[in-house]
Design a protein. Structure first.
Length: 274
């Protein structure tokens, strides 16, 4: 939630509290295939955020009356662990978690080819293990590559990041302190290969110029994240190929041929003369 913007978050040199430039992303890493029991999975570390996403499906939907006759139903379950924030969070799903689950499902539904799997469900679970601002964007990044890891056909991969206002200046990828003490926040989800925006929210008051600058900066950041997502997926299959090459081939053992033994010829016996 946006603050009043009175806390000084940018120094005299134009650097943010964590040392980044205004247009700089937090350190970001993605690992694919972290859960063996899931059809697809991914772990993302974005700044101090640690989030795991898992995909199950397409599979049969229960209860069956919720099934859609012409397409699959994407169900997202965004949850924050009780230990993910400084003050212990209640284990019960909050209203905020339910709302984020709904908007993430809508964003992913715009790129998944759901019409290929009518009357089924694709379940996407996102567990926030450590939170430091921007968890909905980081969860969407992880969920998108987890769907690709599960082999779910998509029109494109969704990348997501937030831009916002800190000390009346537009900044990219706000972390927790900037999110709380800044004066505006605008999460965005963008599919670079399609040039489509699938999620856009805004909290705070922006001028038209600030809105346009924030939008351009968020799209630029999403394109950078897309390259990291693409490289993470490539790396998984590069590792698989390397593992396959390292498996030693079974050496064919020569079976010794049985030595032919000479069978002694039966000596002809002389018949006694009458």
């Amino acid at each position: 939630m946006a603050g009043d913007g009175t806390v000084q978050l940018i120094d005299e040199k134009g650097k943010r509290v964590d040392g980044r430039d205004l247009d700089e992303l937090r350190p970001l890493s993605i690992k694919i295939g972290v859960l063996k029991n899931a059809d697809g999975s991914a772990e993302i570390r974005m700044g101090k955020n640690i989030i795991v996403a898992a995909v199950y499906g397409p599979r049969e939907l229960h209860p069956k009356h919720r099934a859609l006759p012409d397409r699959a139903l994407i169900q997202c379950f965004y949850r924050m662990a009780t230990f993910s924030v400084n003050d212990r969070k209640s284990p019960a799903p909050s209203r905020r978690e339910k709302e984020i689950s709904m908007i993430l499902a809508d964003s992913l539904s715009s790129v998944v080819l759901t019409e290929k799997y009518p009357r089924t469900a694709i379940d996407v679970y996102m567990q926030v293990l450590q939170a430091d601002g921007g968890t909905r964007c980081a969860s969407l990044i992880a969920a998108s590559v987890a769907l690709a890891d599960a082999g779910v056909p998509m029109r494109g991969i969704v990348s997501s990041v937030a831009a916002g206002l800190i000390n009346d200046k537009v900044a990219l990828d706000l972390y927790d302190l900037e999110d709380q003490k800044g004066s505006g926040d605008m999460p965005l989800a963008y599919a670079p290969t399609l040039d489509e925006i699938s999620l856009l929210q805004l909290d705070g008051i922006f001028t038209i110029d600030q809105f346009e600058e924030s939008l351009d900066l968020a799209v630029k950041g999403a394109k950078e994240i897309f390259e990291i997502q693409k490289n993470a997926l490539k790396q998984k299959y590069t590792d698989i190929r390397a593992d396959v090459k390292e498996v030693p081939k079974a050496e064919a053992k020569e079976v010794p041929k049985a030595e032919a033994k000479e069978v002694p010829k039966a000596e002809a016996k002389e018949e006694p003369k009458a």
